[in-house]
Every structure is written in structure tokens, then in C-alpha cells.
Design a protein around this ligand. Structure first.
Ligand code: PEP
Length: 248
């Protein structure tokens, strides 16, 4: 039985004091404990977020990391830095990182290896552009992204990861994939994991849908067989919406 996982991706939003306010508001509400709630906050707020969520069951994630432990990589954050803060998850290969910061399947794969080696669970993002979907290449693109991210990853390590299928045309646009489209692609991701490993690994791995998930569409998406959670941008920035998502 896969535990549902709903993760907020705050992106480049919220100062440390604003983050504390939002986490305080979320903590005042009753959250369904059978759903894993994750907040992927900006690096600067990770320490505060960990301190404030201790004992609450809420997990904390980073939104990116470098694969090296240290060195001349100005502006980067390493897995050992995240480890000191006891970060639970790290988002890797988000489409905004692929689009604006030249993230490739190869760098995503290096980061997946490194995160696993340091005991941080990766949330690996995959998804096609609108153009690729119009050209009917979305399945091939997403299959290749999954294969690229999991290259030479051991099957027991693969089970520790979460995969987020996020069609780029649905991120931050208000346009959600239909639950059938989302289910079809999450099933394709699961089949790809089965091709790489085996049915048992594919059954155990959690797959999220991401792209304009909000309180009004979350329960239908979560009712799909292959959708085990959501990666949420916009709606995770408002406590009442995020709480509704967790309590879908
Ligand atoms: C995201 O940032 O991963 C995302 C899905 O954003 P939004 O929910 O705003 O579309």
C-alpha cells in the first residue's frame, strides 16, 4: 500500500519570516496523518521549517542541490549541507530548473545518485512541453526522462524515490491535465519503472501528478490508480488551500 504524498513546492517565494508565518498557520490545522505532507521551501527557510515542524509529521524538502559534496561551485548547495539540516526530500529536475538553469537528464541522474548516497529522498520531476504533446512525442519524452534519471540506480534505492509527472503546459498556468491524461502518464511512468527494474519495484514507487493542482481537483486526481500524490506550486502558498489538499 503506497502512502499518499502531497508536497508543496514554494519555488522562490517567502522570506524566512513569511515562511514561519505560513508554517505556523498550517500547523494550527488538523492534518490527515495518513497523507505524507511535505514542504519544499527555499534553502534559507529550511532550518526554521525543520525546527517548527519537529514532531508534527510534516516533512521538509529542498528544491534542488548540487551532486558534489563541496568545492568551487559558487552559489550551489551540497547534500552534506542539506544533511546537516536533516532535510527529508529534495526536488530534482523540476521543469523550471531544466528550462532556466540547463538541467539535463544527465545532471538529474548525478543528483539522484548523490541524494540517495546521502540519505535524502529525491522527488524526480519529468514532463513534456505543450509542443512535444502536440507532436505526440510526450510518451517517448517522459519515458526517456525516467530512464535518464534512473540510470545505474539500484532497485532498492529506486524504491526510496518519488517521481512527479508534471506536464509543463499545466505548471502555473491554471490549466490542469484531465485526470485521465494524468493517470495515463503516471501509468506510463510506472510501466517504465517496471521495464527498468521489475513489477514489485514499480508497485512500490510513489508517483505524483503536478500541474495546477488545487482543492477543487485534488480528490479526483487522487482517485486514479497510478496517482499517489501531488506536487503543488501555487496552491501550496496559501495555508487554507494546502490544508485542504492534505485533507482531500
Ligand atoms: C510545480 O511547481 O511543480 C507546480 C506544479 O506548480 P503549480 O501547482 O503552480 O502548477
Amino acid at each position: 500500500m503506497r502512502k499518499p504524498i502531497i508536497a508543496g513546492n514554494w519555488k522562490m517565494n517567502k522570506t524566512i519570516s513569511e515562511a514561519a508565518q505560513l508554517i505556523g498557520d498550517i500547523k494550527r490545522e488538523t492534518l490527515n496523518q495518513s497523507v505524507e505532507a511535505v514542504l519544499c521551501v527555499p534553502y534559507l527557510s529550511i532550518g526554521k521549517a525543520k525546527e517548527m515542524t519537529e514532531g508534527s509529521g510534516i516533512k521538509i524538502g529542498a528544491q534542488n542541490m548540487h551532486w558534489e559534496e563541496n568545492g568551487a561551485f559558487t552559489g550551489e548547495i551540497s547534500p552534506i549541507m542539506l544533511n546537516e539540516l536533516k532535510v527529508d526530500y529534495v526536488i530534482l529536475g523540476h521543469s523550471e530548473r531544466r528550462q532556466y538553469f540547463n538541467e539535463t537528464d544527465e545532471t538529474v541522474n548525478k543528483k539522484v545518485h548523490s541524494a540517495i548516497a546521502h540519505g535524502i529522498a529525491p522527488i524526480v520531476c519529468v514532463g513534456e512541453t505543450l509542443e512535444q504533446r502536440r507532436d505526440n512525442r510526450h510518451k517517448e519524452i517522459v519515458r526517456d526522462q525516467v530512464k535518464g534519471a534512473f540510470l545505474d540506480i539500484d532497485k532498492n534505492d529506486a524504491k526510496k524515490t518519488v517521481i512527479a509527472y508534471e506536464p509543463i503546459w499545466a505548471i502555473g498556468t491554471g490549466e490542469t491535465a484531465s485526470s485521465e491524461q494524468a493517470e495515463e502518464m503516471c501509468a506510463l511512468v510506472r510501466n517504465t519503472i517496471e521495464e527498468i527494474y521489475d513489477a514489485e519495484t514499480a508497485e512500490s514507487i510513489r508517483i505524483q501528478y503536478g500541474g495546477s493542482v488545487k482543492p477543487g481537483n485534488v480528490s479526483e486526481l487522487m482517485s486514479m490508480d497510478n496517482i499517489d500524490g501531488a506536487l503543488v506550486g501555487g496552491a501550496s502558498l496559501k495555508s487554507s488551500d494546502f490544508v485542504k489538499l492534505i485533507n482531500y
